[in-house]
Design a binder for this molecule. Structure first.
Ligand code: NA7
Length: 538
Protein backbone atom coordinates (compact mmCIF):
# COMPACT_ATOMS: atom_id res chain seq x y z
CA UNK A 1 0.00 0.00 0.00
CA UNK A 2 1.20 3.55 -0.63
CA UNK A 3 -0.18 7.08 -0.57
CA UNK A 4 -1.16 6.81 -4.23
CA UNK A 5 -3.55 3.90 -3.66
CA UNK A 6 -7.04 4.60 -2.34
CA UNK A 7 -7.57 4.41 1.41
CA UNK A 8 -8.34 1.09 3.05
CA UNK A 9 -12.05 1.17 3.99
CA UNK A 10 -12.81 -0.32 7.38
CA UNK A 11 -15.46 -0.47 10.05
CA UNK A 12 -12.85 -0.20 12.77
CA UNK A 13 -9.17 0.72 12.92
CA UNK A 14 -7.34 -0.37 16.07
CA UNK A 15 -4.10 1.44 16.90
CA UNK A 16 -1.61 -0.65 18.86
CA UNK A 17 -0.94 -4.38 19.27
CA UNK A 18 0.00 -4.57 22.93
CA UNK A 19 -2.29 -6.50 25.24
CA UNK A 20 -5.27 -4.16 24.77
CA UNK A 21 -4.86 -4.19 20.99
CA UNK A 22 -4.49 -7.97 20.88
CA UNK A 23 -7.68 -8.59 22.81
CA UNK A 24 -9.54 -5.95 20.78
CA UNK A 25 -8.31 -7.67 17.62
CA UNK A 26 -9.60 -11.00 18.93
CA UNK A 27 -13.02 -9.54 19.72
CA UNK A 28 -13.43 -7.70 16.39
CA UNK A 29 -12.34 -10.80 14.47
CA UNK A 30 -14.85 -12.92 16.39
CA UNK A 31 -17.63 -10.40 15.71
CA UNK A 32 -16.87 -10.35 11.97
CA UNK A 33 -16.06 -6.66 11.61
CA UNK A 34 -14.08 -5.35 8.69
CA UNK A 35 -11.11 -4.06 10.66
CA UNK A 36 -7.36 -3.73 10.87
CA UNK A 37 -4.96 -3.31 13.75
CA UNK A 38 -1.89 -1.18 13.10
CA UNK A 39 1.27 -1.40 15.17
CA UNK A 40 4.41 0.78 15.11
CA UNK A 41 6.72 -2.09 16.10
CA UNK A 42 7.54 -5.14 14.00
CA UNK A 43 5.90 -7.48 16.48
CA UNK A 44 3.13 -7.59 19.08
CA UNK A 45 3.65 -6.78 22.78
CA UNK A 46 3.47 -2.98 23.07
CA UNK A 47 5.19 -1.85 26.25
CA UNK A 48 6.73 -5.30 26.56
CA UNK A 49 8.09 -5.06 23.04
CA UNK A 50 9.87 -1.73 23.61
CA UNK A 51 10.94 -1.88 27.26
CA UNK A 52 13.67 -4.54 26.96
CA UNK A 53 16.10 -3.06 29.42
CA UNK A 54 18.08 -5.47 31.63
CA UNK A 55 16.00 -6.59 34.59
CA UNK A 56 12.66 -5.57 33.02
CA UNK A 57 10.03 -7.58 34.80
CA UNK A 58 6.36 -7.42 35.60
CA UNK A 59 5.51 -6.09 39.04
CA UNK A 60 2.13 -7.81 39.15
CA UNK A 61 2.14 -11.56 39.79
CA UNK A 62 2.08 -13.15 36.34
CA UNK A 63 -0.81 -15.53 36.95
CA UNK A 64 -2.82 -12.33 37.46
CA UNK A 65 -1.09 -10.25 34.80
CA UNK A 66 -2.44 -12.38 31.98
CA UNK A 67 -5.66 -12.80 30.01
CA UNK A 68 -8.66 -14.45 31.62
CA UNK A 69 -10.97 -14.41 28.61
CA UNK A 70 -10.11 -17.89 27.38
CA UNK A 71 -10.06 -20.80 29.81
CA UNK A 72 -7.89 -23.01 27.56
CA UNK A 73 -5.32 -20.22 27.22
CA UNK A 74 -4.95 -19.75 30.94
CA UNK A 75 -4.78 -23.48 31.53
CA UNK A 76 -2.12 -24.19 28.92
CA UNK A 77 0.28 -21.28 29.52
CA UNK A 78 3.10 -21.91 32.03
CA UNK A 79 4.78 -18.98 33.80
CA UNK A 80 8.31 -19.91 34.85
CA UNK A 81 8.60 -17.27 37.58
CA UNK A 82 6.26 -15.55 39.98
CA UNK A 83 6.98 -12.22 38.28
CA UNK A 84 7.71 -12.92 34.63
CA UNK A 85 10.63 -11.22 32.95
CA UNK A 86 10.10 -9.08 29.84
CA UNK A 87 11.17 -11.83 27.37
CA UNK A 88 8.66 -14.25 28.85
CA UNK A 89 5.81 -11.69 28.80
CA UNK A 90 6.68 -10.92 25.18
CA UNK A 91 6.56 -14.65 24.36
CA UNK A 92 3.13 -14.79 25.98
CA UNK A 93 1.89 -11.89 23.82
CA UNK A 94 3.29 -13.66 20.74
CA UNK A 95 1.61 -16.89 21.79
CA UNK A 96 -1.76 -15.12 22.15
CA UNK A 97 -1.34 -13.59 18.68
CA UNK A 98 -0.49 -16.97 17.12
CA UNK A 99 -2.97 -19.08 19.04
CA UNK A 100 -5.95 -16.95 18.02
CA UNK A 101 -4.74 -16.21 14.48
CA UNK A 102 -4.45 -12.47 15.14
CA UNK A 103 -1.33 -11.65 13.14
CA UNK A 104 -3.11 -11.67 9.81
CA UNK A 105 -5.21 -8.74 11.09
CA UNK A 106 -2.21 -6.70 12.22
CA UNK A 107 -0.17 -4.42 9.97
CA UNK A 108 3.24 -4.02 11.62
CA UNK A 109 5.80 -1.22 11.12
CA UNK A 110 2.93 1.23 10.84
CA UNK A 111 3.33 4.33 12.97
CA UNK A 112 0.30 6.60 12.92
CA UNK A 113 0.93 10.31 12.45
CA UNK A 114 -2.59 11.72 12.09
CA UNK A 115 -6.16 10.70 12.88
CA UNK A 116 -8.70 13.18 11.48
CA UNK A 117 -12.47 13.28 11.73
CA UNK A 118 -14.18 13.89 8.41
CA UNK A 119 -17.29 15.71 9.53
CA UNK A 120 -19.22 15.33 6.28
CA UNK A 121 -18.79 11.61 5.97
CA UNK A 122 -18.72 10.92 9.73
CA UNK A 123 -15.59 8.82 9.34
CA UNK A 124 -12.02 8.84 10.62
CA UNK A 125 -9.16 9.30 8.16
CA UNK A 126 -5.97 7.94 9.66
CA UNK A 127 -2.55 8.33 8.08
CA UNK A 128 0.61 6.39 8.78
CA UNK A 129 4.20 7.63 8.57
CA UNK A 130 4.65 5.75 5.27
CA UNK A 131 1.70 7.63 3.75
CA UNK A 132 -0.83 4.80 3.96
CA UNK A 133 -4.36 6.05 4.62
CA UNK A 134 -7.09 4.19 6.48
CA UNK A 135 -10.73 5.24 6.30
CA UNK A 136 -12.85 3.88 9.14
CA UNK A 137 -16.13 4.45 10.91
CA UNK A 138 -14.54 3.88 14.30
CA UNK A 139 -11.05 4.18 15.74
CA UNK A 140 -10.08 2.29 18.88
CA UNK A 141 -6.80 3.38 20.44
CA UNK A 142 -4.84 0.71 22.27
CA UNK A 143 -1.67 2.72 22.65
CA UNK A 144 -0.91 1.97 26.30
CA UNK A 145 -0.38 4.33 29.22
CA UNK A 146 3.41 4.22 29.51
CA UNK A 147 4.49 4.24 25.88
CA UNK A 148 5.42 7.86 25.08
CA UNK A 149 8.94 8.31 26.47
CA UNK A 150 9.55 11.64 28.16
CA UNK A 151 12.44 13.67 26.70
CA UNK A 152 15.29 13.80 29.24
CA UNK A 153 15.23 17.61 29.53
CA UNK A 154 18.98 17.81 30.12
CA UNK A 155 21.17 20.10 28.00
CA UNK A 156 24.05 18.83 25.93
CA UNK A 157 22.91 15.29 25.14
CA UNK A 158 24.08 15.59 21.53
CA UNK A 159 27.58 16.49 22.71
CA UNK A 160 28.14 13.16 24.46
CA UNK A 161 30.73 11.05 22.64
CA UNK A 162 29.73 7.76 24.26
CA UNK A 163 26.60 5.62 23.83
CA UNK A 164 23.14 6.71 24.98
CA UNK A 165 20.23 4.38 25.70
CA UNK A 166 16.66 4.85 26.91
CA UNK A 167 15.12 2.04 28.97
CA UNK A 168 11.88 2.63 27.06
CA UNK A 169 13.50 2.05 23.63
CA UNK A 170 16.09 -0.60 24.35
CA UNK A 171 18.08 -2.11 21.43
CA UNK A 172 16.87 -5.57 20.46
CA UNK A 173 20.41 -6.91 20.34
CA UNK A 174 21.00 -5.87 23.98
CA UNK A 175 23.84 -3.81 25.42
CA UNK A 176 27.16 -5.17 26.70
CA UNK A 177 28.23 -3.17 29.76
CA UNK A 178 31.38 -5.23 30.38
CA UNK A 179 34.35 -3.01 31.23
CA UNK A 180 32.28 0.17 30.81
CA UNK A 181 31.78 3.20 32.99
CA UNK A 182 28.00 3.55 33.08
CA UNK A 183 25.58 6.25 34.27
CA UNK A 184 21.90 5.62 34.97
CA UNK A 185 19.70 8.70 35.31
CA UNK A 186 16.35 8.07 37.00
CA UNK A 187 15.26 5.89 39.88
CA UNK A 188 11.62 4.98 39.14
CA UNK A 189 10.68 1.36 38.36
CA UNK A 190 12.85 1.18 35.24
CA UNK A 191 15.92 2.44 37.12
CA UNK A 192 15.23 0.31 40.18
CA UNK A 193 14.91 -2.84 38.05
CA UNK A 194 17.87 -2.21 35.75
CA UNK A 195 20.41 -0.81 38.25
CA UNK A 196 21.14 -4.13 40.07
CA UNK A 197 21.63 -5.96 36.77
CA UNK A 198 23.83 -3.28 35.15
CA UNK A 199 25.92 -2.99 38.33
CA UNK A 200 26.89 -6.65 38.11
CA UNK A 201 28.20 -6.26 34.57
CA UNK A 202 29.64 -2.76 34.35
CA UNK A 203 33.10 -1.74 35.44
CA UNK A 204 31.50 1.09 37.37
CA UNK A 205 27.96 2.39 37.74
CA UNK A 206 26.93 5.86 38.89
CA UNK A 207 23.25 6.37 39.69
CA UNK A 208 21.88 9.90 39.34
CA UNK A 209 18.87 10.23 41.63
CA UNK A 210 16.60 13.26 41.72
CA UNK A 211 13.81 11.70 43.81
CA UNK A 212 14.26 8.50 45.78
CA UNK A 213 11.42 6.05 45.12
CA UNK A 214 9.83 3.64 47.55
CA UNK A 215 10.76 0.10 46.61
CA UNK A 216 9.75 -3.19 48.19
CA UNK A 217 11.41 -6.61 47.76
CA UNK A 218 9.72 -8.51 44.92
CA UNK A 219 10.46 -11.91 46.49
CA UNK A 220 10.52 -13.26 42.96
CA UNK A 221 11.01 -17.03 42.68
CA UNK A 222 10.61 -19.86 40.21
CA UNK A 223 7.07 -21.12 39.86
CA UNK A 224 6.15 -23.85 42.29
CA UNK A 225 4.40 -26.60 40.25
CA UNK A 226 2.05 -27.52 43.10
CA UNK A 227 1.03 -23.92 43.66
CA UNK A 228 0.51 -23.51 39.91
CA UNK A 229 -1.72 -26.61 39.78
CA UNK A 230 -3.79 -25.21 42.65
CA UNK A 231 -4.13 -21.85 40.91
CA UNK A 232 -5.18 -23.46 37.66
CA UNK A 233 -7.76 -25.60 39.42
CA UNK A 234 -9.42 -22.49 40.79
CA UNK A 235 -8.48 -19.98 38.10
CA UNK A 236 -12.05 -18.92 37.35
CA UNK A 237 -12.71 -18.10 40.96
CA UNK A 238 -9.41 -16.19 41.34
CA UNK A 239 -10.20 -14.12 38.27
CA UNK A 240 -13.66 -13.32 39.62
CA UNK A 241 -12.10 -12.21 42.91
CA UNK A 242 -9.59 -10.00 41.06
CA UNK A 243 -12.40 -8.34 39.11
CA UNK A 244 -14.22 -7.66 42.36
CA UNK A 245 -11.13 -6.19 44.03
CA UNK A 246 -10.68 -2.43 44.12
CA UNK A 247 -7.27 -2.61 42.44
CA UNK A 248 -7.95 -5.71 40.36
CA UNK A 249 -5.16 -7.33 42.38
CA UNK A 250 -5.36 -10.30 44.72
CA UNK A 251 -3.63 -8.64 47.64
CA UNK A 252 -4.32 -9.25 51.31
CA UNK A 253 -6.36 -6.32 52.60
CA UNK A 254 -6.49 -5.02 56.16
CA UNK A 255 -9.82 -4.02 57.64
CA UNK A 256 -8.75 -1.58 60.35
CA UNK A 257 -6.85 1.68 60.33
CA UNK A 258 -3.13 1.80 61.06
CA UNK A 259 -3.84 4.34 63.78
CA UNK A 260 -6.18 2.04 65.71
CA UNK A 261 -3.79 -0.92 65.35
CA UNK A 262 -1.18 -1.54 68.04
CA UNK A 263 2.52 -1.03 67.18
CA UNK A 264 2.87 -4.85 67.29
CA UNK A 265 -0.01 -5.34 64.84
CA UNK A 266 1.47 -2.81 62.46
CA UNK A 267 4.90 -4.37 62.69
CA UNK A 268 3.45 -7.85 62.05
CA UNK A 269 1.42 -6.66 59.03
CA UNK A 270 4.36 -4.86 57.44
CA UNK A 271 6.85 -7.66 58.19
CA UNK A 272 4.43 -9.98 56.42
CA UNK A 273 4.41 -7.71 53.32
CA UNK A 274 8.18 -7.22 53.35
CA UNK A 275 9.27 -10.79 54.08
CA UNK A 276 6.50 -13.01 52.71
CA UNK A 277 3.97 -11.40 50.35
CA UNK A 278 6.10 -9.25 48.07
CA UNK A 279 3.25 -7.59 46.19
CA UNK A 280 3.77 -3.88 45.62
CA UNK A 281 0.26 -2.97 46.78
CA UNK A 282 0.57 -5.00 50.01
CA UNK A 283 1.79 -2.23 52.31
CA UNK A 284 -0.73 0.29 51.02
CA UNK A 285 -3.54 -2.25 51.48
CA UNK A 286 -2.38 -3.38 54.92
CA UNK A 287 -4.56 -0.81 56.71
CA UNK A 288 -7.47 1.22 55.43
CA UNK A 289 -6.00 4.68 56.05
CA UNK A 290 -2.58 4.48 54.33
CA UNK A 291 -3.78 6.40 51.28
CA UNK A 292 -5.82 8.93 53.21
CA UNK A 293 -4.22 9.74 56.58
CA UNK A 294 -0.83 11.46 56.74
CA UNK A 295 -0.05 10.13 60.20
CA UNK A 296 -0.81 6.53 59.22
CA UNK A 297 1.14 6.99 56.03
CA UNK A 298 4.14 8.37 57.94
CA UNK A 299 4.21 5.22 60.08
CA UNK A 300 4.54 2.86 57.13
CA UNK A 301 7.01 5.25 55.49
CA UNK A 302 9.18 5.14 58.61
CA UNK A 303 9.05 1.32 58.58
CA UNK A 304 10.51 1.33 55.05
CA UNK A 305 13.05 4.05 55.88
CA UNK A 306 14.33 1.81 58.66
CA UNK A 307 14.61 -1.14 56.24
CA UNK A 308 16.74 1.03 53.94
CA UNK A 309 18.97 2.05 56.86
CA UNK A 310 19.36 -1.62 57.85
CA UNK A 311 20.29 -2.67 54.30
CA UNK A 312 22.59 0.08 53.05
CA UNK A 313 25.94 0.10 54.86
CA UNK A 314 27.05 3.68 54.18
CA UNK A 315 24.81 5.87 56.40
CA UNK A 316 24.96 8.87 54.03
CA UNK A 317 24.01 6.72 51.02
CA UNK A 318 21.17 5.20 53.07
CA UNK A 319 19.88 8.68 53.98
CA UNK A 320 20.05 9.70 50.32
CA UNK A 321 18.08 6.62 49.27
CA UNK A 322 15.28 7.31 51.75
CA UNK A 323 12.27 8.78 49.94
CA UNK A 324 11.18 12.10 51.38
CA UNK A 325 8.81 14.92 50.59
CA UNK A 326 5.82 12.88 49.43
CA UNK A 327 3.59 10.24 51.03
CA UNK A 328 4.31 6.54 50.69
CA UNK A 329 2.46 5.01 47.68
CA UNK A 330 1.43 8.43 46.33
CA UNK A 331 3.96 7.70 43.57
CA UNK A 332 3.98 4.24 42.03
CA UNK A 333 5.78 1.91 44.46
CA UNK A 334 8.58 -0.11 42.83
CA UNK A 335 9.32 -3.80 43.31
CA UNK A 336 12.97 -4.76 43.23
CA UNK A 337 15.40 -7.63 43.39
CA UNK A 338 18.42 -6.41 45.37
CA UNK A 339 18.09 -2.68 44.65
CA UNK A 340 19.19 -1.27 47.99
CA UNK A 341 21.88 -3.98 48.37
CA UNK A 342 23.40 -2.83 45.07
CA UNK A 343 24.57 0.38 46.76
CA UNK A 344 26.86 -1.71 49.00
CA UNK A 345 28.91 -2.73 45.96
CA UNK A 346 32.36 -1.23 45.50
CA UNK A 347 31.68 -0.29 41.88
CA UNK A 348 28.41 1.59 42.52
CA UNK A 349 28.06 5.23 43.45
CA UNK A 350 24.97 7.35 44.14
CA UNK A 351 24.78 11.01 43.17
CA UNK A 352 22.02 12.87 44.97
CA UNK A 353 20.87 15.48 42.46
CA UNK A 354 19.06 17.41 45.18
CA UNK A 355 22.50 18.27 46.60
CA UNK A 356 24.50 18.29 43.40
CA UNK A 357 22.23 18.92 40.38
CA UNK A 358 23.11 18.11 36.78
CA UNK A 359 24.23 21.17 34.84
CA UNK A 360 24.69 19.58 31.44
CA UNK A 361 25.94 16.60 29.51
CA UNK A 362 29.38 17.08 27.98
CA UNK A 363 31.44 15.10 25.45
CA UNK A 364 32.92 12.96 28.21
CA UNK A 365 30.07 12.62 30.66
CA UNK A 366 27.77 14.44 33.08
CA UNK A 367 28.70 17.76 34.61
CA UNK A 368 27.00 18.33 37.93
CA UNK A 369 27.38 21.53 39.93
CA UNK A 370 30.29 20.03 41.83
CA UNK A 371 31.98 17.50 39.54
CA UNK A 372 32.52 16.18 36.03
CA UNK A 373 31.57 12.47 35.96
CA UNK A 374 33.07 10.64 32.97
CA UNK A 375 31.26 7.77 31.25
CA UNK A 376 31.25 5.43 28.27
CA UNK A 377 27.47 4.87 28.44
CA UNK A 378 24.54 6.93 29.73
CA UNK A 379 21.21 5.16 30.35
CA UNK A 380 18.10 7.29 30.68
CA UNK A 381 15.41 5.76 32.87
CA UNK A 382 13.57 9.08 32.95
CA UNK A 383 10.01 7.89 32.46
CA UNK A 384 7.04 8.68 30.27
CA UNK A 385 4.51 11.30 29.32
CA UNK A 386 2.00 8.95 30.89
CA UNK A 387 -1.61 8.16 29.97
CA UNK A 388 -2.40 11.23 27.83
CA UNK A 389 0.99 11.41 26.04
CA UNK A 390 0.52 8.32 23.82
CA UNK A 391 -2.88 9.64 22.65
CA UNK A 392 -1.82 13.23 22.02
CA UNK A 393 1.13 12.16 19.89
CA UNK A 394 -1.20 10.32 17.46
CA UNK A 395 -2.14 13.72 16.01
CA UNK A 396 -5.88 13.34 16.59
CA UNK A 397 -8.18 16.04 15.18
CA UNK A 398 -11.87 15.92 16.02
CA UNK A 399 -14.85 18.11 15.18
CA UNK A 400 -13.95 21.49 13.72
CA UNK A 401 -10.32 20.41 13.32
CA UNK A 402 -9.75 20.72 17.09
CA UNK A 403 -6.79 18.63 18.20
CA UNK A 404 -6.81 16.40 21.24
CA UNK A 405 -3.78 18.37 22.48
CA UNK A 406 -5.96 21.52 22.41
CA UNK A 407 -8.88 19.78 24.06
CA UNK A 408 -6.58 18.65 26.91
CA UNK A 409 -4.47 21.79 27.23
CA UNK A 410 -6.17 22.85 30.48
CA UNK A 411 -7.86 19.66 31.70
CA UNK A 412 -7.54 16.04 30.50
CA UNK A 413 -11.30 15.51 30.42
CA UNK A 414 -12.87 12.28 29.18
CA UNK A 415 -16.16 10.54 29.67
CA UNK A 416 -15.44 7.32 31.58
CA UNK A 417 -11.95 7.32 30.09
CA UNK A 418 -13.60 5.85 27.01
CA UNK A 419 -14.28 8.89 24.86
CA UNK A 420 -13.61 12.61 24.58
CA UNK A 421 -16.39 15.05 23.65
CA UNK A 422 -15.83 16.40 20.14
CA UNK A 423 -14.16 13.17 19.02
CA UNK A 424 -17.06 10.94 17.95
CA UNK A 425 -16.56 7.21 17.32
CA UNK A 426 -13.10 7.30 18.91
CA UNK A 427 -12.67 4.92 21.84
CA UNK A 428 -9.61 5.18 24.08
CA UNK A 429 -8.80 1.86 25.76
CA UNK A 430 -7.33 2.46 29.26
CA UNK A 431 -7.72 6.20 28.64
CA UNK A 432 -7.39 8.90 31.32
CA UNK A 433 -10.33 8.80 33.71
CA UNK A 434 -10.46 4.97 33.73
CA UNK A 435 -8.79 2.69 36.33
CA UNK A 436 -5.97 1.68 33.94
CA UNK A 437 -2.60 2.18 35.66
CA UNK A 438 -4.13 2.44 39.12
CA UNK A 439 -5.24 -1.18 38.80
CA UNK A 440 -3.98 -4.50 37.53
CA UNK A 441 -4.04 -3.15 34.00
CA UNK A 442 -4.88 -6.56 32.49
CA UNK A 443 -8.16 -6.62 34.41
CA UNK A 444 -8.92 -3.10 33.22
CA UNK A 445 -7.91 -3.87 29.64
CA UNK A 446 -10.31 -6.81 29.52
CA UNK A 447 -13.16 -4.75 30.95
CA UNK A 448 -12.57 -1.89 28.49
CA UNK A 449 -12.20 -4.13 25.45
CA UNK A 450 -15.37 -6.01 26.37
CA UNK A 451 -17.35 -2.81 26.89
CA UNK A 452 -16.14 -1.24 23.63
CA UNK A 453 -16.57 -4.43 21.60
CA UNK A 454 -20.06 -5.10 22.94
CA UNK A 455 -20.93 -1.48 22.18
CA UNK A 456 -19.64 -1.71 18.61
CA UNK A 457 -21.68 -4.87 18.04
CA UNK A 458 -24.77 -3.26 19.53
CA UNK A 459 -24.43 -0.08 17.44
CA UNK A 460 -23.93 -2.17 14.30
CA UNK A 461 -27.06 -4.19 15.04
CA UNK A 462 -29.07 -0.99 15.57
CA UNK A 463 -27.69 0.83 12.54
CA UNK A 464 -26.24 3.66 14.63
CA UNK A 465 -23.57 5.66 12.84
CA UNK A 466 -22.09 7.78 15.59
CA UNK A 467 -21.62 7.73 19.33
CA UNK A 468 -20.16 10.75 21.07
CA UNK A 469 -19.54 11.76 24.66
CA UNK A 470 -21.74 14.54 25.92
CA UNK A 471 -19.62 17.50 27.21
CA UNK A 472 -21.71 17.82 30.37
CA UNK A 473 -21.47 14.15 31.26
CA UNK A 474 -17.75 14.40 30.62
CA UNK A 475 -17.31 17.45 32.86
CA UNK A 476 -19.20 15.66 35.65
CA UNK A 477 -17.05 12.56 35.32
CA UNK A 478 -13.90 14.63 35.45
CA UNK A 479 -15.11 16.58 38.49
CA UNK A 480 -16.09 13.36 40.28
CA UNK A 481 -12.65 11.85 39.74
CA UNK A 482 -10.94 14.99 40.99
CA UNK A 483 -13.19 14.95 44.05
CA UNK A 484 -12.24 11.32 44.77
CA UNK A 485 -8.54 12.02 44.25
CA UNK A 486 -8.62 15.09 46.52
CA UNK A 487 -9.70 12.81 49.34
CA UNK A 488 -6.42 10.88 49.10
CA UNK A 489 -2.73 11.53 49.55
CA UNK A 490 -2.07 10.83 45.85
CA UNK A 491 -2.52 14.50 45.05
CA UNK A 492 0.39 15.42 47.34
CA UNK A 493 3.10 13.90 45.14
CA UNK A 494 4.62 15.17 41.90
CA UNK A 495 4.00 11.86 40.18
CA UNK A 496 3.25 10.82 36.64
CA UNK A 497 -0.21 9.83 37.98
CA UNK A 498 -0.67 13.61 38.39
CA UNK A 499 0.99 14.53 35.10
CA UNK A 500 3.54 16.33 37.28
CA UNK A 501 6.65 14.74 35.75
CA UNK A 502 6.19 16.56 32.44
CA UNK A 503 6.81 20.33 32.38
CA UNK A 504 3.69 22.26 31.38
CA UNK A 505 1.30 19.32 31.70
CA UNK A 506 -1.89 20.19 33.60
CA UNK A 507 -1.83 18.79 37.14
CA UNK A 508 -4.74 16.36 37.53
CA UNK A 509 -4.96 12.82 38.78
CA UNK A 510 -5.11 10.82 35.53
CA UNK A 511 -6.53 7.36 36.34
CA UNK A 512 -9.99 6.83 37.82
CA UNK A 513 -9.82 6.67 41.60
CA UNK A 514 -13.09 4.89 42.43
CA UNK A 515 -11.81 1.33 41.96
CA UNK A 516 -12.31 -1.45 39.42
CA UNK A 517 -15.69 -2.89 40.57
CA UNK A 518 -17.36 0.52 40.96
CA UNK A 519 -16.08 1.56 37.56
CA UNK A 520 -17.36 -1.63 35.96
CA UNK A 521 -20.80 -1.09 37.52
CA UNK A 522 -20.91 2.49 36.25
CA UNK A 523 -20.01 1.39 32.70
CA UNK A 524 -22.64 -1.35 32.78
CA UNK A 525 -25.21 1.07 34.12
CA UNK A 526 -24.43 3.58 31.36
CA UNK A 527 -25.08 0.90 28.76
CA UNK A 528 -28.23 -0.28 30.52
CA UNK A 529 -29.51 3.31 30.29
CA UNK A 530 -28.95 3.29 26.52
CA UNK A 531 -25.50 4.87 26.71
CA UNK A 532 -26.44 7.65 29.11
CA UNK A 533 -24.00 10.51 28.69
CA UNK A 534 -23.32 9.62 25.06
CA UNK A 535 -25.22 11.01 22.06
CA UNK A 536 -26.16 8.38 19.46
CA UNK A 537 -27.07 9.21 15.85
CA UNK A 538 -28.24 7.02 12.97
P1 NA7 B 1 9.24 7.00 36.40
O1 NA7 B 1 8.64 6.24 37.49
O2 NA7 B 1 8.55 8.24 35.93
O3 NA7 B 1 10.73 7.39 36.86
C1 NA7 B 1 11.52 8.30 36.15
C2 NA7 B 1 12.72 8.66 36.98
O4 NA7 B 1 13.56 9.53 36.22
C3 NA7 B 1 12.38 9.40 38.26
O5 NA7 B 1 13.29 9.02 39.26
C4 NA7 B 1 12.59 10.86 37.86
O6 NA7 B 1 12.85 11.72 38.93
C5 NA7 B 1 13.81 10.72 36.97
N1 NA7 B 1 13.97 11.82 36.05
C6 NA7 B 1 13.12 12.22 35.07
N2 NA7 B 1 13.63 13.28 34.41
C7 NA7 B 1 14.81 13.56 35.01
C8 NA7 B 1 15.80 14.54 34.80
N3 NA7 B 1 15.68 15.45 33.84
N4 NA7 B 1 16.89 14.54 35.60
C9 NA7 B 1 17.02 13.62 36.57
N5 NA7 B 1 16.12 12.66 36.83
C10 NA7 B 1 15.02 12.64 36.05
O7 NA7 B 1 9.47 6.12 35.09
P2 NA7 B 1 9.85 4.57 35.00
O8 NA7 B 1 10.12 4.27 33.58
O9 NA7 B 1 10.91 4.22 35.97
O10 NA7 B 1 8.56 3.81 35.47
C11 NA7 B 1 7.31 4.06 34.84
C12 NA7 B 1 6.30 3.05 35.26
O11 NA7 B 1 6.54 1.83 34.55
C13 NA7 B 1 6.33 2.62 36.68
O12 NA7 B 1 5.68 3.49 37.54
C14 NA7 B 1 5.66 1.26 36.64
O13 NA7 B 1 4.27 1.41 36.63
C15 NA7 B 1 6.11 0.73 35.34
P3 NA7 B 1 11.64 12.61 39.56
O14 NA7 B 1 10.81 11.60 40.33
O15 NA7 B 1 10.89 13.19 38.40
O16 NA7 B 1 12.30 13.61 40.38
Amino acid sequence: MSSTTSPTELDVLVIGAGFAGLYETYRLKRAGFSFLTVEAGDDVGGTWYWNRYPGARCDVVSVEYSFSFDEALQQEWEWSERYASQPEILRYAQHVADRFGLREHIRFNTRITSVEWDEDRARWVTTAEDGTVFDSQFVVTAVGCLSAPKPPEIDGLDDFAGDVYFTSMWPHEGVDFTGKRVAVIGTGSSGVQSIPVIAKQADSLTVFQRTAAYSLPALNRPTDPEEMARIKAEYQELRARAKAARTGLLVPRGTKTALEATPEERQAAWDQCWDAVGIFACMAASFTDIHTDEEANALVAEYIHEKIRETVKDPQVAEDLIPRGFPFAAKRVCLDSGYYETFNRENVRLVNLRRDPIERITASGIQTKGELHEFDIIVFATGFDAVTGPLVRLGIKGRGGRTLAEAWREEPQTYLGLQVAGFPNLFTLTGPGSPSVLSNVMVSIEQHVEWVSDTLEDLRARGIRTIEADPEAQAEWFAENNRLAEGTLYVKANSWFMGANVPGKPRFFLPYMGGVPTYREICEDVRARDYAGFALAS
